[in-house]
Unconditional design. Structure first.
Length: 309
């Protein structure tokens, strides 16, 4: 039996010596306040992005980097040692991504090449938060791209019909609140993510998806129902390896996955593309380029370069 991707990565050797972190901001027009705090941690040539939500959290993360284990390791034990010293999942995810990137570069190989995958162009969606006029907001996006919309269960029938008429709504996110049945009847092919509490109709159950509850691979066991798919977010799960473990369990249970982010604005967004190319290139991955003009029909992924992305 071929080793799973997480086992292949965990077996990589890594030398951890130079560690640095650059804290800054990126202007994103539709991000609340228009400015996204961010930080990029470097382990040698390896890079990872921290998705903490405040400037203070990024500065505090940088100050804690003295805790990072140094020296010669295998990647799996290094990750285990790092997780004992860092409790925040966003910080663990950033450090782990940087370490994986560094280990791959030190081995002079790429993530997809190591996995034996020749990448195909990746399907993606453009997501936007709940707005009063979702159809107008959707029409502001290029016609060639699909959509993931934060849904308001109180939208009237005309709004749901207009969204259905767009023909490109792939996911409706209910954020754990509200009756999603009317939305499902209007858009029966869309995934219904985190609807309000059960019971759900059998038809909706066949398009049911979970996002927020999936904080680890073990969280699959606590879901209220077997979903059709889950939104896999490495940052929320504390790192790539845990996300890969979760993807393996989903495959064994017949659950589809699609990649999602936590508003990455740098290298993290590129790394999500590589993961999507490995796990789910044809799924509605929430990894759109930040700039509207740079949104093709699908995302090309170069699997020939050393590193994670």
């Amino acid at each position: 039996m071929r080793p799973t991707p997480e086992r292949v990565l965990a077996a990589l050797p890594i030398v951890v010596d130079e560690i640095a972190c650059e804290v800054g901001t990126v202007r994103v027009p539709w991000y609340p306040g228009g400015v996204r705090p961010t930080s990029e941690v470097r382990i040698g040539q390896g890079r990872g992005e921290c998705v903490a939500w405040t400037d203070e959290a990024h500065v505090a993360f940088r100050a804690r980097l003295e805790r990072v284990p140094r020296g010669r390791w295998w990647l799996g034990p290094w990750v285990a040692a790092m997780r004992q010293r860092f409790t925040d999942p966003y910080e663990r995810a950033a450090l782990e991504a940087a370490a994986i990137d560094a280990a791959l570069r030190q081995a002079e190989t790429g993530f997809l090449a190591l996995a034996g995958v020749v990448p195909r162009p990746v399907r993606y969606v453009v997501s936007f938060e709940k707005v009063a006029a979702p159809v107008a907001r959707a029409q502001a996006e290029p016609q060639r791209v699909e959509l993931k919309i934060d849904a308001d269960p109180d939208w009237d029938d005309a709004t749901w019909a207009a969204l259905a008429a767009l023909g490109r709504v792939a996911v409706l996110d209910f954020k754990g609140a509200g009756d999603a049945e009317r939305a499902h009847r209007a858009l029966p092919d869309a995934l219904i993510e985190d609807p309000g509490p059960a019971p759900w109709s059998a038809a909706l159950g066949r398009r049911l998806s979970f996002d927020a509850p999936v904080t680890s691979a073990d969280a699959l066991d606590a879901l209220p129902a077997k979903p059709a798919a889950i939104n896999l977010k490495p940052a929320r799960m504390g790192g790539v390896l845990e996300a890969l473990v979760c993807a393996t369990r989903c495959r064994e249970r017949g659950i589809a996955v699609y990649l999602g982010g936590m508003f990455e604005v740098g290298v993290g967004r590129l790394q999500l593309r590589a993961l999507a190319a490995l796990l789910c290139p044809d799924a509605p991955n929430d990894i759109a380029p930040l700039v509207t003009a740079e949104r093709p029909a699908r995302l090309a992924v170069d699997g020939s370069r050393p590193g994670l992305a």
